[in-house]
Ligand binder design. Sequence first.
Ligand code: SF4
Ligand code: SF4
Length: 340
Amino acid sequence: MGVGLEDSCVHCGFCLEACPTYVVTRSEVHSPRGRITAVKLDVDSQGFDTCMFCRRCELACPSGVEYARIITKVRRATPEKILMNSLLERPRLAWRVLKAGKSLNSGLIQRVRLSLRDPQEPLEYREESPEVILFPGCLTSLAYRRTVENALKFLKAKGLRVSVLNGCCGLAHRSEGQVERAQELVRRLTNVKGGTLVSLSSNCTAHMRESGVQVLDFSEYVLGLLGQERVELSLTVHDPCHANMIGLGKATREVLRKLGVNLVEMEEPSFECGAGGGYFLFHPQIAENVMELKAEKIRRSGTNLVVSTNPSCSLVLSFKGFQVVHLADLLAQTVTKSLE
Ligand code: SF4
Ligand code: SF4
């Protein structure tokens, strides 16, 4: 038998307290080490499905274990998850399906409808010879059209030509073990021609960059555009898990610093929010327990206003009663001139 990636795990357990599903269950089965052990032993485990794919264990691991590559080898997406991911590939079709969803006898569609509350028609916007190709990400297109409009408003106010590119980067597929489909989707973004590809969903930015796509996160792109803009607010910042792996929180904080906001750091800003992409739809109890831990950390910061640059995180934080904004929403407040 050859040596697998899983063999680099020395069972030290340093990853355990970083893992949200271990923290809320205290069960080895639902821990990174337990999942890796099951892979080593070549046995099936309930823990494969309960992983949130936040990859916090990778950051905590002193042995450099490539957990994401190990878990995606053994994860098998259920038909419901395959259906959801294929809809995310086409945000406009997803919107139509969700609109018609009231009359569809599908538990999944009803759960998604309820979570998004008011799914919106993805914004279509194109200009000749764009300098910026704005990639909202599938869920942002559907759940946060206002944020896409706000990003566009700010970029246009800076005199830039922009086109919006709706679609999916494949992160949702990869997290469920649909690795080939994920690669096909992200490869399309590698071939985007024209302007600078700018992503509005920071976990998508991280996934794309890791897959070799030349992309800037919105936070990174706007840093070079800021001038005298000011926002007088007190707020805290949540660091989405994949974005945190490539340090995007630094750019987010730099934008906020330039805007002059009063930033109150929460405890462990990169602690998982409980969304896990679409995880909260399939494992509501574990997700709720993780969300509550996150909510406590936010409450202790003393502010109710949270900056989140990733849509699934924004959704679940709003479920807990917080007011959630994207950087684009703050920047749009600084623009007096309307888009029209
Ligand atoms: S994954 Fe890394 S941190 Fe976790 S038990 Fe294995 S070697 Fe230790
Ligand atoms: S990816 Fe997240 S949920 Fe999965 S084992 Fe690692 S830390 Fe735990």
